[in-house]
Design a protein around this ligand. Structure first.
Ligand code: FES
Ligand SMILES: [Fe+2]
Length: 345
């Protein structure tokens, strides 16, 4: 991975945990770009901090929540949601000091997002899900995140690849691959979209509508002729770079017509988990493990038009990063390798 590509990723928002995995009683361990993180929740919004106690380096994610503060499992120092040390049991008069580095957080779509540098672009939006949010019938179900030994672009491109179904999912999706029709990829900001008709197992010919928003948010929506619709969203977080590892967060949403006539959400989550499990060994075998940004490193056909557009847009984002170096960025952060609020007590 290019050094400036890594710097770019540090300026983008990624989910590091599901909201449901971070309770008021227990913190959660997370990882982003080789940085170990702890996610915890006091009385307000969640906190994402470096998973390393400043006293002796213990993993705070192995601790517990006490009165809204995270307690280190080694000597019991406690840190509030803004990183302040609020309790040193062996020396009660010490503190408070802001000594735990924290990162910005946003809670969106049932996920807790963070960014390790001054953000280059906003947290991605999903208009279809946002719109469903306003309906009383809205329902979203999170799947269990899964880890893969390949890059975020590899996982994202696999999500919207429509010509692998018969070979990787002959039973779960389709026994034969129909010719992928010609489609047009449209661009709106950092989002690409396209659609085409498709016949999927128990449905009649449905309209498949895809959207991908940089860096790695992909949405697949299926609109059936009977008015039922279903959405599958995947967001891929880069865990590490050497070797390349990613974590896929994903969730489903569907309207009542879909849930009644096709599948309920729990059943849909189980089905999609089976499909993803079929993809994993194949995408982990790809060489190189991360999709190169140079489009001439692969041979493309018509069905890959979305992939070439995605790579082109990613190169454009890298260019934007190069044109807006960190020193000129929107958020006042002096370095990108340390948490913005880290200070020594
Ligand atoms: S290592 Fe955390 S309190 Fe000592
Ligand atoms: Fe697949």
């Amino acid at each position: 991975m290019l050094r400036d590509e890594l710097e770019l990723l540090r300026r983008l928002w990624f989910p590091v945990a599901r909201v449901e995995d971070v309770g008021h009683e227990r913190p959660a361990a997370a990882e982003l770009l080789d940085t170990k993180l702890v996610v915890y929740r006091g009385s307000g919004p969640p906190t994402v901090a470096t998973d390393r106690c400043p006293h002796r380096g213990s993993k705070l994610s192995m601790g517990r929540m006490v009165n809204g503060a995270i307690e280190c499992p080694y000597h019991g120092w406690r840190f509030s949601s803004d990183g302040n040390c609020v309790c040193v049991p062996s020396q009660p008069e010490a503190g408070p000091h802001t000594i735990l580095g924290t990162w910005p957080t946003v809670e969106k779509y049932g996920l807790i997002w963070t960014c390790l540098g001054p953000p280059l672009i906003p947290v991605p939006s999903l208009p279809l899900i946002d719109q469903a949010d306003h309906e009383s019938t809205k329902e979203i179900a999170q799947g269990a995140p899964f880890d893969v030994r390949c890059g975020l672009r590899t996982v994202t491109e696999n999500f919207f690849d429509s010509s692998h179904f018969a070979f990787v999912h002959p039973v779960t999706i389709a026994p034969e691959t129909p010719i992928v029709p010609s489609f047009t990829v449209e661009r709106n900001g950092w989002t690409l979209s396209w659609e085409f008709p498709f016949t999927v197992l128990d449905a009649d010919e449905a309209l498949l509508s895809y959207e991908v928003t940089l860096p790695s948010v992909a949405q697949f929506a299926m609109f059936c002729p009977d008015g039922a619709w279903f959405v599958l969203v995947q967001v891929v977080t880069p865990l590490g770079t050497q070797p390349v590892r990613s974590r896929s967060f994903w969730f489903v949403a569907a309207n009542p017509a879909y849930r009644e006539r096709h599948r309920g959400l729990a059943e849909e989550v189980a089905y999609q988990a089976t499909v993803f499990a079929e993809d994993v060994p194949v995408i982990e075998s790809l060489d190189p493990p991360e999709v190169p940004l140079r489009s001439d490193e692969h041979v493309h056909v018509r069905a890959d038009r979305n992939a070439t557009a995605y790579r082109r847009l990613f190169r454009e984002l890298l260019q934007l990063h190069r044109q807006q170096p960190v020193s000129n960025a929107i958020v006042d952060a002096d370095v990108i390798s340390e948490p913005a609020q880290a200070r020594r007590g």
